[in-house]
Unconditional design. Structure first.
Lengths: 304, 323
């Protein structure tokens, strides 16, 4: 394949991967914004989202088929169900720990991640589950460059979700409250903002976006399993850090940058697909060490 | 109901208090070591192997306890240090035909270096960033082991020779049991000495209030780095003897789950408390053996127990008293 088309193909692959990263990174960044917690379980929430989406699609495919319409319903149901799961996790596990030392809440988040992972492991016996859809394999061809319809639609859905989120955060009352809570929680309480409800809404939206990414990734890559959230969760966190943790636009940008970097990284002879993950984690460590505020984040002093 | 649980909690606390006196604790430790020393004479091969594994986890958990329990740094990639020790021995003895004992010093140096490399630039970071960096570092080590020629790629290294000690070849399962018992006892003594040392008090101080500690003249980065390096040496020692015990190592022995398992041992037992951590290590290894018929569910059970412990008894089963 000529160099230019390889280059374009890498951009297409990078955009698809990047939009999944971005959707998950948004959850990390929003949750971090309101309660300053690194939600280790977020990758596993994505995994649960994939399984719920798969379950819904299997149930309804007899009636509406497993095409775009069916998948759309599956994504929607999965977003709602997993969004509620996120709220439950926050209420049961994180709420009581908010005043505890940071080490304790981090370990609690890790424990939640393990509970989700091992629940899925027990239910599936640790096997891969095939995520079958009837989306077809059509696409646009430009010379040797091939862009599947799936890739286009999935990137479009991700884009729509991000625009909707941006509008929600910038235009609505709860969006404004969310931004306020991430700046000063105590002041918000004094001003009569229901902080606890804002935190719940943040978990609802963050987890819902991860669930959408999970269902879409399942349909796109064709299989799901209980451990699928671990690596992608780590990478989405990297994306959130690149963009600047706490910044919503930063998370979207970081996701796309990381997706593109990875997709181009596999083209570089010394990195290849074998060293792809090492490459990503090295980026994570380098960004954290040299520019911990990321591209769009604000510098912040760790408070006691 | 609440008074009943209150009374049991009081009883348990009194039981702990009984063993919190240093002399009684010493006596208890000696008694446990004597019992452990006799055990292989009455246990079968399978049980001895399991106990050997539990003793390995005692060493690893005590090492991680220095990082998490003493210094208060969450390390999610502790298996990396374990891997550095195991692979250093594997590479030097298999690829370069070194003698096992000669290979130990370079392995320890490699572990110290790994501790400095990962700790040096990252210890200034916020605590949750540090956790994720250690996780990334752990994965980098595992991926590197899987991709490099010298570490035998995905299949790992095998035929690691058994060490001999003044002509006596350490090769039976009972020999290794005693090797690990000795290591565990040494790890307990070292942890105890460190806890009561000047450095131990500095860790305590940094864990509770970094800025106040710094104001009192404690160099927090150096103190944290010391915790990292000490922890990595414990991990490497575990890895060194793990590799010769099994005779073969592969990247999957050093996965994220391994790090989590060691961390669970520390948290279950009680962060910072030596007897608690030992208890945790035994629960982690013996628990799954006892729950064998549960299959995959036992991991779920463990995760739920870990969550409940964090929510209900955040300082562990046998918590630390010094605050």
């Amino acid at each position: 394949m000529p160099a230019f088309e390889t280059f374009l193909q890498a951009i297409v692959n990078g955009l698809v991967l990047g939009s999944f990263y971005a959707l998950i990174a948004l959850g990390y960044t929003m949750i971090f914004g309101v309660i300053k917690l690194l939600n280790f379980a977020h990758g596993d929430v994505y995994m649960v989202g994939a399984f719920v989406g798969f379950g819904v699609l299997s149930l309804i495919s007899g009636v509406v088929g497993a095409g775009w319409f069916g998948l759309g319903i599956a994504i929607l149901v999965s977003m709602i169900a997993v969004g509620c799961l996120g709220v439950i996790i926050q209420r049961v596990a994180y709420q009581p720990m908010l005043s505890a030392p940071r080490l304790s809440i981090l370990i609690t988040a890790l424990a939640v991640s393990l509970v989700l992972q091992n629940s899925a492991l027990s239910l599936t016996d640790g096997k891969y589950t095939a995520f079958r859809t009837d989306l077809g394999f059509g696409g646009f061809e430009f010379g040797r460059l091939f862009i599947s319809h799936q890739a286009v639609v999935l990137v479009a859905i991700a884009g729509l979700l991000m625009i909707a989120l941006e509008l929600f955060v910038s235009r609505t009352m709860y969006g404004r409250a969310m931004r306020a809570v991430s700046i000063d929680k105590d002041m918000c309480r004094l001003l009569g903002i229901n902080v606890s409800r804002v935190v719940a809404i943040t978990f609802l939206i963050g987890s819902g976006l991860a669930a959408a990414a999970g269902t879409m990734a399942g349909a796109y890559y064709g299989s799901i399993w209980y451990f699928m959230g671990f690596l992608i969760g780590l990478k989405a966190f990297t994306a959130a850090v690149i963009g600047g943790i706490g910044s919503i636009t930063g998370a979207m940008l970081g996701g796309l940058i990381l997706g593109l970097l990875e997709s181009f990284g596999t083209l570089v002879p010394f990195i290849g697909s074998e060293w792809k993950d090492v490459f990503t984690f090295s980026i994570l460590i380098l960004v954290l060490v040299f520019k911990p505020t990321g591209l769009l984040g604000k510098s912040e002093v760790e408070r006691m | 109901m609440s008074t009943a649980t209150g009374r049991t909690a009081g009883l348990v606390d009194r039981l702990y208090a009984t063993f919190d006196s240093p002399r009684r604790q010493m006596l208890l430790m000696v008694a446990i070591v004597v019992v452990m020393a006799v055990l292989p004479l009455v246990m079968g091969r399978y049980a001895t192997t399991i106990m050997t594994n539990a003793l390995l986890y005692v060493v690893l958990a005590l090492g991680l306890n220095i990082v998490v329990g003493y210094a208060g740094l969450l390390d999610l990639g502790y298996a990396a240090f374990f891997a550095v020790g195991a692979y250093s021995i594997g590479i030097l003895t298999v690829q370069f035909d070194w003698n096992f004992w000669l290979a130990i010093p370079p392995a320890l140096v490699a572990a110290c270096l790994a501790g400095v490399i990962i700790g040096g630039p990252t210890l200034r970071l916020r605590s949750d960033y540090l956790a994720i960096v250690t996780l990334g570092f752990g994965e980098i080590v595992r991926f590197s082991a899987r991709n490099l020629e010298i570490t035998g790629r995905a299949s790992g290294l095998s035929n690691i020779p058994e060490p001999s000690f003044f002509g006596y070849v350490i090769n039976s399962y009972v020999d290794f049991y005693y090797v690990f018992l000795l290591l565990a006892v040494m790890a307990v003594i070292a942890s105890h000495r460190l806890y009561h040392s000047r450095l131990g008090r500095a860790w305590l101080y940094v864990r509770h209030d970094e800025d106040a500690a710094e104001a009192m003249g404690i160099n927090r980065v150096r103190v944290k780095l010391a915790a990292y390096v000490t922890g990595s040496v414990f991990g490497a020692i575990g890895g060194i003897f793990f590799s010769v015990n099994l005779g073969a190592i592969s990247p999957e022995s050093f996965s994220f789950e391994q790090s989590v398992l060691i961390l669970m041992a520390v948290i279950l037992g009680g962060m910072g408390k030596i007897p608690g951590v030992i208890l945790g290590a035994f629960i982690i290894i013996l628990g799954p053996e006892l729950l064998r018929e549960l299959g995959e569910l036992r991991l779920l059970l463990f995760a739920v127990v870990m969550l409940l412990i964090m929510l209900l008894r955040p300082s562990g089963i046998w918590p630390e008293r010094r605050h």
